[in-house]
Structure formats: structure tokens, C-alpha cells
Design a protein around this ligand. Structure first.
Ligand code: 5GP
Length: 193
């Protein structure tokens, strides 16, 4: 997605050889017009896939996921990273190691929001080593639902997330793919959309 790549080049900050900061438009402050465009691009791509729900993980996946769900006219469900007292009914949980926070946390979705007839599109802000996405897949499969595809805003192709997901039989569609962040220089690989 050309517009996204241009924005990453303009406003992304390379923090290290492995970490990109995009807090001015995606992970903290959110550019709503850009999210809307992401929603349009992904809904065009998946319009015939029979998606019934978009699933993401809090917090930074929520903004893009919401606009994809709006464009596909389906609900969006986000996995929660901590249980709270209002989650009294059956919940599906899994453990996820966070690449950026460097800690493992339990994430959950109430089982009433997923069913075995659901065809899920997972949407997330970043794909690094695939831990967040693998956790979501685990929860979705516990519910008996199927994962149609995984849509990623920014994939870091030099990490092994895509490979792990593809080896597990999943389709990955990334709007921007970063080949390298070495020595402060950002290089793209060809994106899927
Ligand atoms: P994974 O689970 O694929 O290893 O990492 C994906 C998650 O870690 C994303 O949901 C995102 O929140 C966070 N993440 C991974 N790499 C980066 C990065 O370079 N920059 C930012 N801002 N977040 C990242």
C-alpha cells in the first residue's frame, strides 16, 4: 500500500535494528483517514472471502481492525490482555509473549463472541515473530471457528512471524513489508497489497 509506505518513510522512527516506532499515526496517535483507507483496501481484498468477524488484540490492533470491520460490515472483536470482573462468562484464553513489552501475558476472548460457523480475518498492527497472531489463532481454534487469513499493517519480514504462520498453513496479507532496519536505514520488501 503505497500511501502507507510513504507515511512510514515520512514519520516512522527506526529505534534499533529490529524496532520501528510509528506512534504518530498507528500505535498511539491514530491517523483516522489512513485507518479508513486501510479498511477500504483490505475490505476490497477480502470482499469475497466470506468473513464473518474481524479479530485483533488490544491495544494497537484495534484502530485498523475497526475500520476493516466497518468496511466489511462485520463485527470486530479484540482479545483482552487482562481479565476484568465483568468477564464472568466462559472465556477462551491463551498465553502471548509480547515482543515490545518482553513479558508473557494471558489474553482472552469471551466464548460467546466466537462460534464454529465464524470465518475470521485476523488484523494486527505489526507482525514480528508471530506470537500475538499465534495466540489469537489458538483462541479462535478453541472456539471451533476458522481463520480465513491474517492481515497485517506492518510486517517486519526479517523476523520469522510470516514463516511461522505460513508453515502452520495460514495466509498472510501485509500492507507494508520491511526487509531491513539495519543501521537506521529502512528498506521495504514488496507488499502483498
Ligand atoms: P509478534 O507477536 O508478531 O512477535 O509481535 C507483534 C506485536 O508486537 C504487535 O502486536 C505489536 O504490538 C508489537 N510489535 C512488534 N514489533 C514492533 C515494532 O517494531 N514496533 C512497534 N511499535 N510494535 C511492535
Amino acid at each position: 500500500m503505497k500511501q502507507l509506505e510513504e507515511r512510514i518513510l515520512r514519520d516512522g522512527q527506526v529505534l534499533s535494528n529490529t524496532v520501528l516506532k510509528v506512534d504518530s499515526f498507528l500505535t498511539h496517535q491514530v491517523d483516522v483517514a489512513l485507518m479508513k483507507e486501510i479498511g477500504q483496501v483490505l475490505s476490497n481484498f477480502f470482499k469475497d472471502a466470506g468473513i464473518t468477524k474481524v479479530v485483533t488484540i488490544e491495544a494497537s490492533g484495534i484502530a485498523p481492525a475497526l475500520y476493516v470491520a466497518e468496511a466489511l460490515e462485520v463485527p470486530m472483536v479484540f482479545a483482552k490482555k487482562s481479565k476484568n470482573i465483568t468477564m464472568t462468562e466462559g472465556i477462551l484464553t491463551t498465553e502471548v509473549y509480547s515482543f515490545t513489552k518482553q513479558l508473557t501475558s494471558q489474553v482472552s476472548i469471551a466464548e460467546k463472541f466466537l462460534s464454529d460457523s465464524d470465518r475470521i480475518l485476523i488484523v494486527d498492527d505489526f507482525l514480528a515473530n508471530g506470537q500475538a497472531t499465534m495466540g489469537l489463532i489458538d483462541i479462535i481454534e478453541q472456539a471451533g471457528a476458522s481463520v480465513e487469513s491474517i492481515a497485517i499493517v506492518i510486517e517486519k519480514s526479517f523476523q520469522n512471524g510470516r514463516q511461522r504462520l505460513e508453515e502452520a498453513g495460514h495466509k498472510v496479507v501485509s500492507l507494508a513489508r520491511i526487509a531491513s532496519l539495519e543501521n537506521g536505514r529502512l528498506e521495504f520488501a514488496p507488499a502483498d497489497v
